[in-house]
Design a protein. Sequence first.
Length: 382
Amino acid sequence: MIEYVVLCAVGVEKVLCNEIKHLGYKIEKTLPGKVYVKADEDFIYTANINLRTAERIMMVLKTFHAITFDSLYENIKSIGWSDYIPKNTNVEITKLSSVKSQLFALSSIQSVSHKAIYDSLKISYNQTEHLSTDRQSLEIRLYLNSDIAEVCLDLSGEPLHKRGYRKLVSQAPLKETIASAMLLTSGWKRKFPLYDPFCGSGTIPIEAALYAMNIAPGLYRSFSIQNLKFYNQDRFIKAKQLAVSKIREYDASEFSICASDKDKEIISCAIKNADNFKLTQYITFITESMEKLVDRSGIGYVVTNPPYGKRIRDEKYATKVYEQMRYLKKVFKSWTYVIITDSDDFESYFDMKASKKLTIHNGSIVNTVYTFDNAPGNSVNL
Ligand SMILES: C[S@@+](CC[C@H](N)C(=O)[O-])C[C@H]1O[C@@H](n2cnc3c(N)ncnc32)[C@H](O)[C@@H]1O
């Protein structure tokens, strides 16, 4: 059994755990932004291809006690680096953290660790030259917490939110993984209509269409495991074939995913993005202001990401939009609203009490996903 750590945005751990369990794996432990799994080698391929809310899959190479630079060096050097890293490959330590540990000078930790890796590779490959920085690099992360060091090898490469369909983006695009986390926590299912009235570059409706058709988000991209020495092409192909066999071919008329934005140009970007994954026939894109939308009957889900005050540096404009969003309650009367924003006061602007709130850290911005369950009997005005 190999130990893996799956990274995600802080706040998304529970949703990610459910996804991992759904793939048939057991969770070992969870920390903020990290889910640990012990699994076989297939996990590398299955997780990279299928997980919608994971940012990165890493292999834990070694966990050890380190209070001196000598022990840090010796422990890292003793990892069988040549089992993982091919000859003449650059290795970069891209993330380093030290919390409550005696070793805390990050630049010294970085240079000692880097030297240990290169000294080990030098011996294994009889390599003497210093590798250039323009070669392809493989990424290592080193976490020190209470004097326990954890050395992790990246198996994803580009972060997993980069699915490959979003070539054009709006002013403040939502990460694909966070759009998926919104959908997975909302309880939305393919049988319910979905509407995004502030769709920007189309992330939410595109992630919804992928989910509805059970299309694995990583099916059309590559991963850094493909550059590692223990890459197993047969396992990768098998995992892809399995994901393809699970795609549900639906007729576009079988579900209703609609998205609009007041900006005509951004709607044409969203259409191009959807087209990159051949999804345009499954999503109706409309250029329209939210204030002009017309009544939708029945029940469904409004899942949306209105303009963020802090991100666009215009809080006055954002709060005006939030108040205008009360109009959604008239148009989508008995629908559930799932809204992500950086505002702590969104409930009062929207004049409704959320039935569920999920805090998600997106870099330095703290967002809340508010769910307003508006089924008859559940609606509470403030
Ligand atoms: C935060 S962005 C949405 C980003 C989107 N989720 C994405 O991933 O690209 C907000 C969007 O709301 C649109 N918008 C702002 N005010 C609007 C209004 N009154 N009606 C409709 N769209 C509006 C903007 O054009 C912008 O594209």
